[in-house]
Design a protein around this ligand. Structure first.
Ligand SMILES: [Fe+2]
Length: 689
């Protein structure tokens, strides 16, 4: 039996591009002398994608000075002193994988702590890493994990990781985090060299983090063009001591978002002042991701230990199928060269389902040239919900009755998508996989690792009083972020309808990308239509990338007639506060009244009760991380918010805390509606009322 299992793991390891390290009862000592020499392992160590019986280990041992290594020995132990070594294996190093190394440690015990280290043939050792396996399928203990997104190391510090480590160290063993879910923007490929913006970026000074050997300069920033450029980005990010310590402490489960490939990337295309084909860059981005993010992902050629680079050229996509998939052969090769969507089981409580929201999606309607006619330029960051709804649904709008024209700013404009198929984020194949995962899940909580958010965050600019001096162009709401699920409303409704019809309870979206902390309930529609929540969503603030409030502080200046909707400043010299948080929960009239009276209660008297029945929390200025505790009866998500991380904190706790707030939802029965309860644990909330 053990041999059959072992043989299966040998196959699995090969399919993951990893070498197997098999636990056995009588492991001999490795017969090598480990002497820690971290300078030979500049990107540290990492572990990833824990299962009850296995986990992936990673390091990188490049040539340093004149010391070249070709082989690594990995040792896995039950103690940090490596007295009880349970598995040993050897792996080759080569420049084809940029000297990175993946090991599948298998035959392990469930919900167990292990330690690992690498040693080269000269006896130079990596730092020691710690990892944890997943609980057994029948395990009913509460599952604790953190989730994060959006770490811009060029524009900010990773203090959030330092705090996460410090807090975890204070906890009793049973309450510690089991893993870190990273929802993407692990790297930001758009880089401003410090000399490109001598005054910095918003309140940030720019760090000279990486220089691309073959990068392309666009306007005042640089983007990678080759695999070597993308590798350079990961190498630079992983030098960060706080990120490196976090990777050495917990297994990570990673899904990419847009910036691992391209800012406005979709399928294998990018958009800088117009869409351009970027098949070669997509392949390069995938290869670097595969090399630097250990994960249970499959590639075109599964049984090679290195990434097989498909031959593609940058050709515009002319033909799309019914589901928005670009049929150009190089596009298909590029997006299928690495498959990231996958799922994990954590005992009886949690199924974690990760989707790739970038590789199969249609181009966002708000970025399409035809959308230019539907923008006014007077209202920062927002688009019209009514217009997006019509364009997104295309010919399926209102049961196949799309309007010929759309009323906008007093004019009737032709509907440019009345004959087009509706938009998609997941693409047909991934969507059917995702829905079957949801339907077949036996876990109490179906947690969707969803790199982009679903909750509508809207502003009622249609309610602006006339004396403000600008007029909203439609009778409906304004909305933020047309390139996440708010802009793909038809498919969002389809998924939520599926959850309702199938009677799936315990459905929770765990999201990133929005650079803000948000909590709320998910429903197919909002007031003035019917509002029936079928799930919940939690969005984590960014680790460091600037959020919308910071952008508003700098871009929505004092002379802008709608500044009070975004920024609250009681007096000209007082500290700007996030009026946008207040506006998104209570409406524009409430924020205007706040600016006028300085009194929250008087402002709330002006609130629009129809605006946000779904929202429990909205802070678009917060940074930090979030912690999930998934128990048998309750799901709790804690937002840990830190000050804007302009500089690295030297403190052991990563610096001060701004606030800690928890939201809880009780397990609900099929067909019942979930509801969230908020508890402020410490600190002061920034205009979240
Ligand atoms: Fe981001």
């Amino acid at each position: 039996m053990a041999n059959v299992t072992r043989r299966n793991f040998i196959k699995l390891a090969a399919s993951l591009g990893a070498t197997l390290a098999w636990r056995s009862a009588n492991v001999r000592a490795a017969g090598i002398q480990w002497r820690e020499r971290r300078e030979f392992y500049p990107q540290g160590v990492a572990s990833a994608d824990p299962h009850p019986d296995s986990v992936i280990l990673w390091t990188r041992r490049p040539p340093v000075s004149d010391s070249l290594a070709k082989k690594l020995t990995v040792e896995i132990a039950e103690d940090s002193a490596f007295r009880k070594i349970v598995a040993v294996s050897k792996a080759d190093l080569s420049p084809e994988s940029d000297w990175t190394c993946r090991i599948l440690a298998a035959g392990l015990k469930p919900r167990h702590e292990y330690w690992y280290r690498f040693t080269d043939e000269h006896g130079f050792g990596s730092r020691v890493g710690r990892t944890l396996t997943a609980p057994a399928y029948r395990d009913s203990q509460t599952v604790n994990f953190a989730f994060v997104s959006c770490q811009n190391m060029q524009q900010g510090a990773a203090n959030a990781y330092r705090r996460m480590i410090w807090e975890d160290e204070q906890k009793a063993a049973g309450a510690r985090l089991s893993f870190v879910l990273h929802l993407g923007d692990f790297v930001y490929e758009v880089v401003w060299y410090p000399e490109d913006r001598p005054k910095g970026y918003y309140s940030r000074s720019l760090r000279d983090l990486v220089r691309y050997e073959s990068g392309e300069k666009i306007r005042d920033f640089h983007v990678p063009t080759t695999v070597e450029d993308y590798r350079a980005l990961y190498r630079a990010y992983l030098l960060d001591p706080d990120l490196q310590d976090a990777r050495a402490r917990w297994p990570f489960v990673c899904m990419w978002d847009n910036h691992e490939f391209s800012w406005k990337g979709w399928q294998s295309q990018q958009n800088f002042d117009g869409v351009r084909p970027a098949q070669t860059r997509k392949v390069a981005a995938n290869q670097a991701w595969f090399e630097y993010q250990p994960a249970r992902v499959t590639r075109t050629n599964m049984f090679e230990d290195r990434f097989q680079t498909p031959a593609v050229t940058n050709v515009a996509i002319r033909d799309f199928d019914e589901h928005g998939l670009g049929l150009e052969p190089g596009n298909l090769k590029a997006i299928n060269s690495l498959k990231l969507f996958r799922s994990f089981r954590y005992g009886q409580n949690v199924d974690l389902i990760l989707t790739d929201n970038r590789s199969f999606r249609s181009e966002p309607v708000v970025d399409q040239p035809a959308f230019a006619a539907f923008q006014t330029g007077q209202f920062p960051f927002v688009v019209s919900q009514d217009v997006v709804e019509v364009l997104d649904a295309g010919r399926s709008y209102q049961g196949g009755q799309p309007p010929e024209v759309i009323r906008f700013n007093g004019r009737e404009l032709p509907n440019p998508r009345r004959n087009s198929p509706s938009q998609t984020i997941l693409g047909a194949a991934q969507k059917s996989w995702f829905l079957s995962q949801l339907r077949n899940s036996k876990a109490i909580w179906k947690l969707w690792g969803n790199s982009v958010g679903m909750l509508d965050w809207r502003l009622d600019f249609q309610n602006l009083p006339d004396d403000v001096g600008v007029k909203w162009p439609t009778t409906g709401y304004a909305m933020l972020s047309g390139d996440d699920w708010s802009g793909y409303r038809n498919e969002r409704a389809e998924i939520l309808e599926f959850v309702r019809r199938q009677g799936i309870s315990g459905f929770a979206s765990i999201a990133g990308d929005r650079h803000s902390f948000q909590a709320g309930t998910l429903a197919e529609s909002l007031a003035p239509k019917s509002f029936r929540p079928v799930g919940v969503e939690f969005v984590t603030g960014s680790i460091s990338a600037p959020g919308l409030f910071e952008a508003a502080e700098y871009n929505v200046t004092g002379s802008n007639p709608v500044r009070a909707i975004y920024v609250y400043q009681p007096a000209a010299d007082s500290r700007p506060q996030a009026a946008i948080n207040f506006s998104l929960m209570h409406g524009v009239r409430a924020s205007l009244a706040l600016q006028k009276t300085g009194d929250v209660q008087q402002a709330l008297a002006q609130r629009n009760a129809e605006l946000a029945p779904h929202l429990s929390f909205m802070d678009v200025g917060g940074h930090g991380y979030s912690v999930v505790r998934a128990g048998a009866d309750e799901l709790e998500v804690e937002f840990v918010c830190i000050p804007r991380p302009l500089q690295r904190s030297e403190r052991v706790d990563g610096g001060p805390l701004r606030y800690r707030v928890a939201h809880r939802v009780s397990r609900w029965q099929n067909g019942a509606a979930p509801s969230l309860e908020r508890q402020v644990i410490e600190g002061t909330l920034p205009l979240v009322v």
